[in-house]
Design a protein around this ligand. Sequence first.
Ligand code: SF4
Ligand code: F3S
Length: 434
Amino acid sequence: MPLTYWLETYGCQMNFAESNAIELDFAKAGIIPAAAPEEADIAVLNTCSVRQTAENRIWGRLGFYQHMKNERKITVILTGCMAERLADDIKKRAPAVDYVVGTNEKQHLLEIIQNHPEVHEEYDFMTSYKGKHPSKSLLPIMNGCNNFCAYCIVPYVRGPEVSRNPDEIIAEIDELQRMDVKEITLLGQNVNSYSYELSGKIVTFPDLLKRITASVSEQVWIRFLSPHPKDFSQELISLIGAESNLCSHVHLPVQSGSNTVLQAMKRGYTRESYLNLVSSLRAADSAITFSTDILVGFPGETEKDFEATIDLVDRVGYLDAYMYYFNPREGTEAMQMDGHLADEIKLMRLQKLIDFQRAKSLKIKQSRIGRTERVLCENYSRKDPEKLLGRTEHDEIVLIDDANLTTGSFVDVTISGLTGTTYKGETLCPGKPS
Ligand code: SF4
Ligand code: F3S
């Protein structure tokens, strides 16, 4: 009987990409996925440390595996950012865990469980991060972060920035194209600070994008996640406007609309420079849309600072936003700051922001009904398997009523309605992919 595994992934896209790589490695070694954790020989938990709630969830899961381990044999592996941050604690508090594997070791998990581990001091990029979805793939191009924003644990758990060899990236993109992948998302904690020295010359993020767009067919969409607003050069802005492979949608984390808070957060830009960046991107590409991340209730945030965030949200007009409130993380600078706010204030502001952003984005979404958009068909609707769900290049979800289409194909649709956050799309030539 082959060995079986159960993999649980928490946190960001980078973790999901790395989990894909682990699964590919396991497959090569003949280790196959189990239908349920109860049936697995090996359980892998790929964890996140970004918030306390994320870690609490893992502690809960470890209780579950401890219980299982009392009943039967199972190997439990904890990897990812929480494993990096709390390795000693985990070894002491969670005897269910057989291996604690840090972020730089994660790529060598198979070697570790096969009992011939080597010490890897640096992050190694693994080839082929093909995801479960056949038409889409996540592709890490850099790892780590040098920014040390005052609230963020990522630089401590991921380490300093390391960029991947561009030749390797292009080779992997060629492979993904051969596998008929239609959408590739380049990943990195600070993706646009990508920088790699090749034959004595620095390859920057725009250089890399130029190489990528020159090497892919017209029918491949390229996205990147997450760029830092302070690292957008004019060259990058112009490229986004000029290259049709680059999706007309940028996730641009703002975090706050107040200069005082942005400075305390050590974000490295002002509200004015952020708004100028949005205008420059719109000037380069009139169809461009934005999404963002916003953190409310940072220590010292006043009502006026919060109102400045609402005002910025109003000015930019995001299609979508990930909104959360400040939750101190041990080891970060913000933990030691004065002016921590009461939970009620943080929650009240968060709710106000959510209500405002939702109402704003609903208006924007409604105003976009009637246009024609290209949609990448991703999967069949669970509610109605006759219908397909896809996404536009603006990352909008569209439900298409055309049973003749197949997943992985592009189709041009007229956006004819909106239910919740899902658009309805009518195919221009029913049954025919574009
Ligand atoms: Fe964290 Fe700031 Fe780095 Fe983003 S840029 S990963 S928020 S430290
Ligand atoms: Fe979480 Fe680590 Fe990603 S802390 S958000 S899994 S980089």
